[in-house]
Design a protein around this ligand. Structure first.
Ligand code: NAP
Length: 462
């Protein structure tokens, strides 16, 4: 009877997780979705603690206390642009937790282990440890604590293969012959920790958000194995949900960049080009850069009927979302049709632009996905590109030698006039130049996006 009640509550929290994740897909419902998922987590953890065979709550209380303080502190302090780093750390900690639970369960066994239990303990250990070090390397690359460039050496893939086979060999030996060989257990943990580093170092900084989505999926898979270790249905379900949604997200990001997951993991993208957003002097494509004044830009905007705003990473970096909203309101007041074109990988994390524009209360109806708006650029008077670069680079459409060739981009160059707000001719995250900035119909407005937008708004008010 009691077990059934426990399972029912776990089932309820699993349903709440699914509903919560579903609600994250729209900015209108995302906050509520997050709240429902948090509630489901409290329910699942609470019922596990309350009904578990726990003699002493001291360490649990300490863990909850320390975790809550760090969580509250981090959520207040972290900048929106640093969110991928924070997610990388969370993934790593999730992996570490799974590996530690697997270790303690292994050590708790006095006399042998059933083969199934041993296998899931080893899988939980392996995936958890790999996720830990992989996530730490991803964090270090994004934070630029280490170079964002891919680290590639001869025999790298062969070494990875040997390590994987080594881990399988040790695991197989333990499962069939000697389960209680702790030195083999440690050997598998060591291999997984090294492998986590080796699989992430050949991936460039620009691809780190994709890797983080993948590692997020791994952390879910590790949690799911831990659920089998502890015979806990909630962990199995939640781990599978995280594992599956992480895989979907990874796939969506790859599709948005027209890359396969294999190309991301093994392609060494960015090995020859600067990556990780490092501002480097650009070897500019042929053409003349045409800087314009604020007055020129105001004149163009005053005679426009239709405007599409394209936000990118630079809007986030300069925190210009409120000024973007102000400009949009002023244009609408002047009778201009204003819409926003949102590229799926604009910024540094999925949904980055939506979150920032929601923060400044831009109406959701004005935010259009790339597919919805890409055909409309040719009938639009002005595109205002605010700190976007790679996602509007025409080389993706017309230069087969470009590393981003084939990536779907916003066709802003088809607009009658393109205004680009950025500080310099420096490239974006992919580290490649952008011929859009040299086109005849492009007006470069150099300067910090927030300052430029404020000046434009001032001018339009007069
Ligand atoms: P981007 O290509 O990285 O370009 C951002 C531009 O913003 C830079 O050229 C920079 O030029 C400008 N900028 C920076 N600070 C600024 C400021 N304060 N004011 C004005 N401009 C500023 O950005 P994007 O077009 O949004 O493209 C995103 C990139 O990230 C893509 O390559 C995408 O593949 C990659 N990525 C994104 C995700 C994701 O989930 N969103 C995941 C994986 C990879 P200046 O320095 O000259 O100002």
């Amino acid at each position: 009877m009691f077990e059934h009640t426990l399972d029912l509550i776990y089932l309820l929290s699993a349903v709440m997780f699914i509903v919560g994740i579903k609600m994250l897909s729209s900015p209108e419902t995302a906050a509520r979705g997050n709240f429902i998922s948090a509630l489901a987590m409290i329910l699942a953890v609470g019922i596990t603690i309350a009904t578990g065979d726990i003699k002493d709550f001291t360490w649990i209380a300490v863990g909850i206390g320390v975790g809550a303080v760090i969580g509250i502190f981090a959520s207040q302090m972290v900048q929106m642009t640093s969110m991928p780093e924070m997610v990388a750390l969370y993934n790593g900690l999730g992996g570490a937790a799974s590996a530690l639970v697997a270790t303690s369960e292994y050590m708790r066994q006095q006399s042998g282990l059933a083969p199934f239990l041993l296998v899931v303990i080893l899988l939980s250990l392996f995936v958890g440890a790999l996720t830990l070090t992989g996530s730490l390397v991803a964090f270090a690359k994004l934070k630029e604590l280490v170079s964002g460039k891919p680290t590639i050496f001869m025999g790298q893939h062969l070494l990875n293969l040997v390590l994987i086979l080594g881990a399988i060999g040790l695991g197989g030996y333990m499962s069939i012959l000697e389960p209680m060989r702790f030195e083999y257990f440690l050997g598998i943990a060591g291999i997984a920790l090294v492998l986590g580093i080796l699989v992430v170092i050949p991936i460039g900084g620009a691809d780190m958000p994709v890797v983080i989505a993948l590692l997020n999926s791994y952390s879910g898979i590790a949690v799911s194995f831990t659920g089998f270790v502890l015979s806990n249905n909630a962990l199995i379900i939640v781990g599978s949900l995280v594992g599956a949604s992480g895989l979907f997200l990874t796939n969506e990001m790859c599709v948005a960049m027209n890359r396969s997951i294999w190309n991301v993991l093994f392609g060494g993208f960015g090995a020859d080009a600067p990556s990780g957003g490092a501002a480097t002097p650009a070897g500019v494509p042929e053409g003349i850069v045409k800087p314009y004044s604020i007055e020129d830009a105001i004149n163009v905007l005053e005679s426009a009927q239709s405007v599409i705003i394209i936000p990118g990473y630079g809007m986030a970096a300069s925190q210009a979302q409120h000024q973007v909203r102000e400009l949009s309101d002023l244009l609408e007041k002047n009778g201009v049709q204003v819409r926003f074109a949102i590229h799926p990988v604009a910024g540094r994390m999925p949904g980055h632009m939506n979150v920032l524009l929601a923060e400044s209360n831009v109406s959701y109806d004005l935010l259009l996905d790339m597919d919805e708006i890409n055909d409309d650029f040719r009938n639009t008077d002005v595109s205002i590109v605010i700190g976007a670069n790679d996602v509007v680079n025409p080389a993706a459409n017309d230069d087969p030698s470009s590393p981003i060739y084939g990536m779907p981009v916003l066709n802003v160059e088809q607009t009658r006039t393109v205004m680009v707000l950025k500080r310099s001719m420096n490239p974006g995250f992919a580290g490649i130049d952008n011929a859009l900035f040299l086109k005849d119909n492009t007006m470069m407005l150099f300067g910090d996006a927030k300052a430029t937008l404020s000046k434009l708004a001032e001018g339009l008010k007069q």
